[in-house]
Design a protein around this ligand. Structure first.
Ligand code: SF4
Length: 219
């Protein structure tokens, strides 16, 4: 499978989940390479094409060496490597909690449904600068039907809410978080996003990695 390359090494690391419903949880991270979107503000552009190929058994060994039983598979877009992901997850102990971060453009593969404990779906709104079909309502509806799915939206302001609302997702599964590349812009936008959450009765998600480590990669 193709792992994002960072500092000449495959991107596997131990950190805290920065976003979403399990924010703050210690976890092992695996960043897969390649994405089918090209968001203008993507903070993982290095993962688009810069990769190291490792077999799933080698990746499983490296993940087991990290001090966490929560594993967060991120990218890039991990579901572009769904077959390899199935092979990897079969090699991890059954008591490991598996989270998958996805942009919600590819349907959840049936082989993964029984093993993935949490789907963190992050559909990209028009301000990300992708083509209009980067929002796939039918795929998002399929994710919404899963019991452990959440939708986290990067937002720039109240004007984004109309795009979110027209997707028809359940409010109780929606989290909003600031569109910010660094700590200064994150802190400026956080109270604005909090007000949007209060106005529309959805959750606010932190982006702890920005608050803690600013623009550093691999954390
Ligand atoms: S979907 Fe995620 S990884 Fe892909 S370009 Fe957008 S922000 Fe980057």
């Amino acid at each position: 499978m193709h792992i994002a390359r960072l500092n000449h090494a495959p991107e596997l690391f131990f950190s805290l989940q920065g976003e979403g419903i399990s924010a703050g949880a210690p976890a092992a991270f695996l960043r897969l390479a390649g994405c089918n979107l090209h968001c203008s503000w993507c903070d993982s552009k290095h993962s688009w094409s810069n990769s190291i190929e490792l077999p799933p058994h080698e990746v499983a060994t490296r993940l087991r060496e990290l001090p966490a039983k929560r594993v967060i598979i991120t990218g890039g877009e991990p579901l572009l490597q769904a077959n390899e992901l199935v092979a990897l997850l079969l090699l991890l102990p059954p008591d490991y909690v598996i989270e998958v971060e996805t942009n919600g453009t590819l349907p959840p593969p049936p082989e993964l449904l029984l093993r993935v404990n949490q789907w963190n779906v992050s559909p990209k709104l028009p301000h990300a600068g992708n083509s209009p079909n980067s929002l796939q309502p039918r795929v998002l509806t399929a994710f919404a039907s899963l019991p452990h799915s959440w939708f986290k939206f990067v937002v720039t302001g109240e004007e984004d809410w109309a795009d979110i609302a027209q997707l028809g997702l359940p409010n109780e599964k929606i989290l909003l978080m600031p569109c910010a590349a660094d700590r200064t812009s994150y802190r400026r936008l956080l109270p604005i996003v909090a007000d949007i959450c209060l106005a529309h009765h959805v959750r606010l998600s932190p982006r702890l990695h920005i608050e803690l480590w600013n623009t550093r990669l691999g954390v």
